[in-house]
Design a protein. Structure first.
Length: 220
């Protein structure tokens, strides 16, 4: 792995996990030393993070980790709806029905009890996302989806755990996967729309007490 790729992967993980919280200053000298790379690959890594929207330059010498608030989350979900509903339609038209039937069965067997329950669920989501990407066979669409998913990791971390919502999300994902397995593009897109509406509402409700910007409109 190239030094810039290694630095990018490490910084990405630290930003997504919250080890580098919003507002953290990423000084070139300090970060290059900490990560064991020279300043050139570090600049490349920071440039990729900036393209992802995870860091921003406040001045030529100061780069900081960006914040995520309710307005950012709404904007992210506007893009997510457009991309994921389209992807669901295409997957239902183009995908391997057996693959999605197996994923739907995995969602049906999901057990959220115990400390590993949520981790197992998110692992199934990762397999589902990979199956979607393979089915749509559109590099532009899958690249855009990867960017959205990068930000979703931060959003999930900000939202407080809600067992009821997690259980509902499992059922919603199973319905989407089954609709794709049944080659029903409209149901797949509609089920995706409902899931994203419910997910956005839950996230905004969860972070409402700590939202930094006022919100005039309700959740879509």
């Amino acid at each position: 792995m190239r030094a810039s790729d290694r630095a990018y992967a490490t910084l990405l993980d630290e930003i997504q996990s919250g080890s580098l919280p919003p507002g953290t200053v990423l000084g070139e000298v300090e970060q290059a030393t900490r990560l064991g790379v020279s300043r050139t690959p570090l600049r490349e890594a920071i440039g990729r993070l900036a393209a992802d929207g995870l860091v921003a330059q406040q001045s030529p010498r100061v780069t900081v980790v960006t914040d995520v608030d309710a307005d950012d989350i709404r904007e992210l979900f506007e893009l997510r709806r457009a991309l994921e509903e389209t992807a669901a339609r295409l997957a239902a038209a183009r995908g391997d029905r057996a693959v999605f039937a197996a994923v739907a069965a995995d969602f049906g067997r999901t057990d959220l009890s115990g400390p590993a329950g949520a981790d197992g669920y998110y692992a199934t989501i990762a397999r589902f996302d990979a199956a979607i990407d393979a089915a749509v066979a559109n590099d532009y669409l899958t690249a855009a989806l990867r960017t959205v998913r990068t930000h979703l990791v931060r959003v999930r971390r900000l939202a407080r755990d809600h067992p009821g919502r997690l259980a509902a999300s499992v059922s919603e994902h199973r319905l989407i996967a089954q609709a794709i397995a049944d080659a029903d593009p409209e149901l797949a897109a509609h089920a995706t729309h409902v899931h994203l509406h419910n997910a956005l509402t839950a996230v905004l409700d969860s972070i409402a007490p700590t939202t930094s910007r006022p919100t005039a409109e309700g959740a879509p």
